[in-house]
Design a protein around this ligand. Structure first.
Ligand code: ZN
Length: 260
């Protein structure tokens, strides 16, 4: 069995700098996700912003089937060249899953072409995530809805492409709603954004959140990996119309304008 090569990239700053976050995620958010989704069909690597080459040297990008991304306070430190490489690899077929505050990351903006702007509030409120795509591979094993006792509120309007397919819609105790899970396709690659995962709550231990992420990894794995190309190609048939005046469909026009 070919295992799916998953790289979990984490900014990994809050866990080092804030005691309350370290207590919840002593191995880092990426470590918790890795443990939570571990399975025989996955080969998981961890990467962090402060690792050499910001955690994603070329050979890691080239050997990743699905990249998971969590970032928050240091989006601006991620080098533009790295973002361009990741975007190119997504277009070539690599899956990308962006979590929570990654909505403001450079890679989210590059892949979606949108700002990712939204409303937010940190008030320990309850979130109810409605599964509105029950036949989608990402929601298999997920009920009609599930709840998280505490999560940061992210609210509409969320600036994402109109072509996004919505998978989850969330309701928050304070009254806001949010498209908390959506997919896109870019080139040959698949993209999923999923909202839960604020650093001071325990939601990367939640069985439903982990189930969704694990399902998303399998959904987003490449069908194939292939460079995007811009080939000039020979015609498949003899082209008999030349010069000015485009021929009408189905009519072969001679060079003098007469039809044969
Ligand atoms: Zn947050």
């Amino acid at each position: 069995m070919n295992k799916i090569k998953v790289t979990i990239w984490n900014e990994f700053r809050h866990e080092k700098q804030m005691e309350e976050v370290r207590k919840i995620y002593p191995e880092g958010i990426h470590g918790a996700i890795a443990q939570g989704i571990a399975a025989d069909d996955l080969e998981i690597r961890l990467a962090a912003l402060d690792d050499p080459e910001q955690g994603l040297p070329d050979e890691v990008i080239a050997s990743t089937d699905v990249l998971i991304w969590w970032g928050h306070c240091a989006h601006g430190e991620v080098r533009d060249e790295l973002v361009a490489k990741v975007l190119k690899r997504v277009q070539e077929g690599m899956g990308l899953i962006v979590l929570h505050s990654g909505h403001a990351s450079k890679i989210f903006k590059a892949v979606t072409g949108c700002s990712g702007a939204l409303k937010w509030r940190e008030a320990e409120e309850k979130e109810r995530l409605w599964n509105i795509a029950p036949t989608h591979p990402i929601t298999q094993g997920i009920d009609e809805y599930f709840e998280l006792p505490h999560e940061e509120m992210y609210g509409e309007r969320f600036d994402i492409p109109k072509t996004a397919e919505t998978i989850f819609i969330s309701w928050f105790e304070g009254g806001n709603v949010f498209r908390s899970g959506f997919t896109l396709e870019r080139g040959y690659g698949k993209f999923f954004y999923f909202q839960p995962g604020h650093e001071t709550y325990r939601n990367f231990y939640d069985k439903n959140v982990l189930k969704v992420i694990g399902n998303a990894v399998r959904w987003a794995k490449p069908v194939f990996l292939r460079e995007m190309a811009f080939p000039m190609v020979p015609a498949l048939e003899e082209i008999r119309s030349t010069g000015f005046g485009a021929p009408k469909a189905g009519i072969i026009q001679n060079i003098d304008g007469s039809n044969k």
